[in-house]
Structures are given as C-alpha cells and as structure tokens.
Design a protein around this ligand. Structure first.
Ligand code: ADP
Ligand code: MG
Length: 239
C-alpha cells in the first residue's frame, strides 16, 4: 500500500531523515514511534504530500507520489490526516466535518446522511449544531476523526492524535481507531512517542531514531527483541 524507500530529508544543515525504509501493508495499523524531534511528523507530512523528500521515494498504490503528478489529486483524496492539535474552526461541528465532502462537491443531502452516520460512529450523535470551539479536546479530536472518515479514505494518517488528551479521551480515540480499522479496513499510519500506545494499537511498529527505522516489527518483536541498545533504551524508558 505505502512503500517508503530510502527517504531522506534535511532542513538547512539539519538532517532529520537519513534513509527511511518500510512497506506498510493494506489494512494494517502501522505506528511510527520515536522520540520528539525524530521526524515522525515530517515523514507523515511527506506521505500526505505536504512535504517533499530530498531523496528516495514514497510509493502509494503503485504511484511514486512526489514524481508522478498525474495522480496527485487522486492520491490526495485516498488519504486523510488527523493532526495533534485539531483545528477548531469557528463554525459548527457539522461544517467542520463537511469540509472534505464540500471540496468533493458531494450533494448536501448526502453530506447530511454521512455526517449523521459519522457522529454516531464517534459517539457524538446530535452534535451537528454545536460550535466546534465549545468542545473538549477529546470531542474535538473525535470530530477531526469524523471529518477524516466521511471521505472514505483508504489511508488514515494520524500525527500524535492523543498527545494533548487525558487518559480517558485517549482511550476513546484508541478504541475508535481499532474499531474503524476492523470495520472499514482502512490502512492507518499513526505516530506516537508512546511505546505503550504502539503496543495497544499497532499491528506493526517502526522505531524511528537517528534518521532511520532502527527496527520494524510487531510490538511483541520490538519489546521482546529490541534490535540494538538504542531501541532497547527507548522501549525501556517509555515503559
Ligand atoms: P517529531 O514529529 O518526531 O517530533 P518533526 O518531524 O516534527 O519530529 O521534526 C524533526 C526535526 O525537523 C525537528 O528538529 C524539527 O525542528 C525539524 N523541522 C521540522 N519541520 C521543519 C521545517 N519546516 N523547517 C525547519 N526545521 C524543521
Ligand atoms: Mg511531531
């Protein structure tokens, strides 16, 4: 589904990603785990076409997304991203969720149906008219998730979606991610600095350190058999 091949990226003098490689499979939850500043957001932003690699390539559904511009719009529409800080637009929950559908010129009546369904999935039925700014962080992040889901993306990208949430709201989001992946089969790429979240959610983990995936494997593999002392220390610290 998503092949990351020899991807590198520097900002000025600073090399963030040196040689990142991973093949993310269709329908899996893949967690990018690494310390703050390791390049998790940069990598996700590249998959989402918000950033261009200096070297290497990212292939989504057979297309080198940064080289073959012919399918750019189509690729963009295959993906949806949830950010660490949900943008609280000064508008209703309904309008927040409708954004991506309106860009696609979906008829308003269809938008209404999709939003009712999405609100039910995220447990916020009846919230259509609420001002987004009056929601709690956890509710807002669920709305961001609904906004991503209504466009039926094949790939859901989530950049530390629970970093600003309390444990209860975090658990709610985690349950939703698991349920969505199970029921709708979306490929989920989620970044986190929390090893335990990776363990709870992911089919496979990529440990991003020093510009490379030091290790890619199931949570069990990474915890039981860390490949080197840096991974071991990171696993240990976050435990
Ligand atoms: P993470 O998400 O793992 O915390 P980031 O991908 O946000 O890491 O950032 C990795 C490094 O790249 C950081 O040192 C950050 O300051 C730097 N960086 C990210 N984006 C930019 C940018 N647009 N310009 C300059 N430096 C950047
Ligand atoms: Mg980040």
């Amino acid at each position: 589904m998503i092949e990351i091949e020899h991807v590198s990226k520097s900002f000025g003098e600073k090399t963030v990603l040196k040689d990142v490689n991973a093949a993310i499979q269709d329908g899996e939850i893949f967690a990018i785990i690494g310390p703050s500043g390791s390049g998790k957001s940069t990598l996700l932003r590249m998959i989402n076409l918000l950033e261009v690699p200096d070297g290497g390539r990212i292939v989504v559904d057979g297309t080198d997304i940064h080289a073959e511009r012919r399918r750019t719009l189509e690729i963009r529409r295959m993906m949806a991203m949830v950010f660490q800080k949900p943008a609280a637009f000064n508008e209703s929950v309904y309008d927040n969720i409708a954004v991506g559908l309106r860009m696609r010129h979906v008829p308003e009546r269809e938008i209404q149906t999709k939003i009712v369904d999405a609100l039910e999935v995220i447990g916020l039925s009846g919230y259509e008219k609420r001002r987004a700014k009056t929601l709690s962080g956890g509710e807002m992040q669920r709305v961001a998730l609904a906004r991503a889901l209504v466009t039926d993306p094949a790939v859901l990208l989530m950049d530390e979606p629970t970093a600003n949430l309390d444990p209860v709201a975090t658990a709610t989001i985690e349950d939703l991610v698991l349920r969505i992946n199970r029921e709708f089969g979306q490929t989920v790429v989620i970044s986190t600095h929390d090893m335990l979240q990776g363990q709870r959610l992911a089919h496979r983990i990529g440990v991003l350190m020093d510009g490379v995936f030091s290790q890619v494997g199931t949570p069990r593999e990474v915890f039981a058999l860390p490949k080197n002392k840096h991974v071991a220390r990171f696993v240990g610290i976050e435990n």
